[in-house]
Design a protein around this ligand. Structure first.
Ligand SMILES: [Fe+2]
Ligand SMILES: [Fe+2]
Length: 471
């Protein structure tokens, strides 16, 4: 079904045939815009931004590119079309027809999953709101804004489900999405990683590489849901998420390239003396963002996760490609835990290890990205390798959170951690150094000194294209 842009809220869900829902969403819309104006990207209201907008949900060619003022962006409700006879593919309802309505007995659990996912979307917009003032190029500024409007749309996707399927308490949850704010001491966002600031562009690129990738894995698991409207919402969100991770991966890749150029041209290891970002410091930012992102997968053993699975609400990554009985009643899964002074692998029930399995899938995916980064360094013949820290490093959630470990996964005492953590995580001085590099570049095609230009532009435009007009 094509997207109807003649309506106040663009959609492909026949919104005009459900007047009650349409009215409910139209009354939420001004609150959303108020939130965007107050807590969305700083000072961006008058800019014309070269953005992509979804014009169909066809996997090929769903995007249309043009200059848009961000408050006029057409946020809407787009679901991947239903595939006729979709079945529930796991848990105790395996083989039954997927639900088109919320099953009464799972209402609370389903609402909780949707609210938790939905809350992260506006949170990241809030975290990133100041970055536009220090963008290293127009290309990057445009990419930031693209990510921001799509995170706003992801909120719309979850709010549609709350309004459309949960009645009054759904509407209340939708309001609360705009009342909690990232870092607000009284009404913080639900997950801790979404209350941290994104203070600079290195953090932004690491965030979109590591934390948006957590989003990919959460969405992919929800895309397996037996509740079909949720599954179809998440499928379409995943197509947008891919761009966010591209922004992160290519952003860090360009910083690496620039560091290697500086090292080669000046025959030095001191990249900072030449205004770049050194590979050792990149490693520290990587350590930080990886460790806060792996926390987002939750506890290694979780009865909640097991219940969500058995109920058919949230599956595993690529559930239908896994060759087992999709019930997991007497399967085992290997997880890591501390025994004595060592980290060992133990057998755990697969059903309660669902979080850890998703974390494993995520870590493998991160590793492939880091391998691509290392190829750039290799090309310059520089002897340095970026590494993903061990999962026990710097954890705030799960069984490792009560221990301290090195990035190699050696358990250490709290005293050793206190004296050595500055070897592994960015110090205040290093964060201040990164901050000192954050100066806005607005000339088309020009880049800040610490980042290399992109290999290609957006939508086949040149890197020199005027991606943002300030007016
Ligand atoms: Fe998102
Ligand atoms: Fe995202």
């Amino acid at each position: 079904m094509p997207i109807n842009y003649s309506e106040k809220i663009p959609n492909n869900v026949n919104l005009s045939e459900d007047k009650r829902l349409q009215r409910a969403l139209e009354s939420w819309q001004p609150n959303y815009l108020k939130w965007w104006n107050n807590l969305g990207p700083n000072e961006s209201t008058d800019y014309d931004v070269y953005l992509r907008t979804a014009v169909s949900v066809d996997p090929k060619g769903w995007a249309h590119f043009d200059y848009v003022k961000m408050p006029d962006y057409r946020w809407g409700i787009f679901l991947t079309p239903a595939d006729g006879e979709r079945k529930i593919n796991f848990g105790r309802h395996q083989g039954e027809t997927a639900w088109q309505e919320v099953p009464g007995e799972y209402r609370a659990e389903l609402r909780r999953l949707i609210v938790t996912q939905g809350d992260t979307e506006p949170a990241s917009v809030e975290q990133q709101r100041a970055l536009g003032l220090t963008a290293p190029s127009l290309f990057d500024l445009r990419n930031l804004f693209q990510v921001n409007v799509e995170e706003g749309r992801h909120l719309w996707a979850m709010v549609y489900l709350l309004h459309g399927y949960f009645g009054r308490d759904g509407r209340e949850e939708a309001e609360a999405m705009l009342e909690r704010h990232s870092g607000d001491p009284d009404r913080p966002r639900i997950l801790q990683a979404f209350n941290e600031e994104t203070p600079d562009w290195l953090s932004f690129f690491m965030f979109t590489f590591f934390t948006d990738r957590d989003g990919k894995y959460q969405l992919a698991s929800l895309a397996e849901s037996g509740f079909d409207p949720l599954a179809r919402s998440c499928r379409f969100m995943l197509t947008e998420e891919a761009h966010h991770m591209f922004v992160g991966e290519s952003g860090v890749a360009r910083i690496i390239k620039r560091a290697c150029e500086i090292m080669t041209e000046n025959k030095t290891d001191d990249v900072h003396a030449h205004g770049g970002i050194g590979l050792e410091l990149l490693q520290k930012y990587l350590n930080f963002h990886f460790s806060v992102s792996v926390d987002l997968f939750g506890h290694e053993l979780s009865t909640n996760a097991a219940n969500f699975y058995t109920m058919g609400l949230k599956g595993r990554y690529q559930e239908t490609r896994i060759d087992d009985n999709h019930l997991l009643t007497d399967h085992i899964y290997k997880i890591s835990e501390v025994q004595g002074d060592k980290i060992v692998q133990v057998d755990a029930p697969a059903l309660t290890s669902i979080n850890e399995r998703l974390r494993d899938d995520y870590i493998a995916d991160c590793q492939s990205g880091v391998n691509r980064w290392n190829k750039i360094i290799k090309k310059f013949d520089i002897d340095f390798e970026l590494k993903i820290p061990h999962r026990s490093f710097h954890r705030g959630i799960g069984s490792f959170s009560t221990f301290q470990a090195t990035p190699e996964g050696q358990l250490i005492t709290q005293a050793e951690w206190d004296t050595r953590q500055s070897e592994w995580l960015p110090t205040d001085e290093e964060r201040a150094y990164i901050q000192s590099l954050m100066i806005r570049v607005t000339e088309p095609g020009k880049m800040a000194n610490w980042i290399a230009p992109p290999d290609r532009g957006i939508n086949n435009q040149n890197p020199e294209f005027e991606y943002v007009r300030f007016n």
